[in-house]
Design a binder for this molecule. Structure first.
Ligand SMILES: Nc1nc2c(ncn2[C@@H]2O[C@H](COP(=O)(O)OP(=O)(O)OP(=O)(O)O)[C@@H](O)[C@H]2O)c(=O)[nH]1
Ligand SMILES: [Mg+2]
Length: 272
């Protein structure tokens, strides 16, 4: 807790560490609350744009201080606030990235998870974490040099469950491998686990390969009303994907299907 030393974090006489923590968190809560409304609007706009363009989204989640913002900065030079401070990230910053294959993706930074979140804070946090709900992949960053890394990982998974994002493919990035005492943790819940350092860049190619592999396997959900003139396109949907619904209506043919991403993009574009 050395990072709390000095300034407002200084422990008063007789004040226990926990009390200091509580006080700091309380101060931070009111600050966060004030910023939330604006953040919410920004995100809704972003999300709407993204749905239209069908670019896969990778949400970077993890315990506070795990190195999420540092990683985003390394990947995209985003200039995201990275600090040795609780909840340094509030507004989930989103940045474009082009994979070696040419596939464009979006990385979005999120606020750090924490154990035993005060009850009244849960709601506020869930709204900032909503990005994860719309993500195609969850990138779980772990501070593997932390003595409590395993507990932190559990906290992340239970939070994801609560947010109902437990079904997304997870890539676990065991970060801070450059640090002494970095552990080689096992994460059986993750699709893939890679060892990285957001500071030195170690393991980043492995991480990007993992992203690429998972994207290749993914199918996306398409819901679209085809006009009767475009009905011919539905046979392509049937050929390359799984057609779930084909409903003949007055305004056209409602189609719901799972498609490989490369095809889904094509159909979504024709809508515009
Ligand atoms: N040695 C080392 N330090 C790292 C690494 N990645 C991040 N850090 C440091 O860890 C601290 C926290 O990094 P952040 O990127 O702000 O962490 P965060 O996960 O975004 O934290 P919140 O936004 O608070 O949830 C900073 O001091 C970083 O410099 C790494 O790979 N190695
Ligand atoms: Mg951060």
């Amino acid at each position: 807790m050395s990072r709390l030393g000095g300034g407002i974090g200084t422990r008063g006489p007789g004040e226990k560490k926990l009390e200091v923590d509580r006080r700091l968190i309380r101060n931070r809560i009111s600050q966060l609350r004030n910023e939330l409304a604006e953040v919410q609007t920004n995100r809704e706009v972003l999300r709407a744009n993204r749905q239209r363009s069908a670019i896969p989204v990778i949400a970077i989640v993890g315990y506070t201080n795990a190195g999420k913002s540092t990683l985003l900065n390394l990947l995209t030079d985003a200039g995201v606030l990275s600090q040795n401070q609780l909840f340094a990230t509030l507004d989930p910053t989103t940045r474009n990235y082009r994979l070696a294959s040419g596939q464009e993706i979006l990385f979005t930074d999120t606020v750090g998870f924490i154990r035993k979140l005060p009850h009244h804070l849960v709601e506020a946090f869930q709204s900032t974490l909503e990005e994860a709900r719309y993500a195609d992949i969850v990138l779980h960053v772990v501070d593997s040099a932390s003595e409590t890394a395993d507990v932190q990982m559990d906290v992340v998974y239970s939070t994801l469950e609560r947010l109902k994002v437990g079904d997304k493919p997870v890539i676990t990035a065991l970060n801070k491998q450059d640090k002494e005492g970095a552990q080689a943790l096992k994460d059986l819940r993750a699709e893939k686990t890679v060892k990285i350092s957001a500071k030195t860049g170690q393991g980043i190619p492995d991480l990007l390969n993992a992203v690429e592999d998972i994207l290749k396997q993914q199918k996306v959900f398409l819901e679209k009303v085809f006009s009767y003139q475009d009905a011919g396109q539905i046979s392509l949907v049937r050929k390359v994907g799984q057609l779930i619904t084909e409903e003949y209506r007055e305004d056209g043919i409602l189609v719901q299907a799972y498609l490989p991403r490369e095809y889904a993009g094509r159909f979504i574009k024709t809508e515009e």
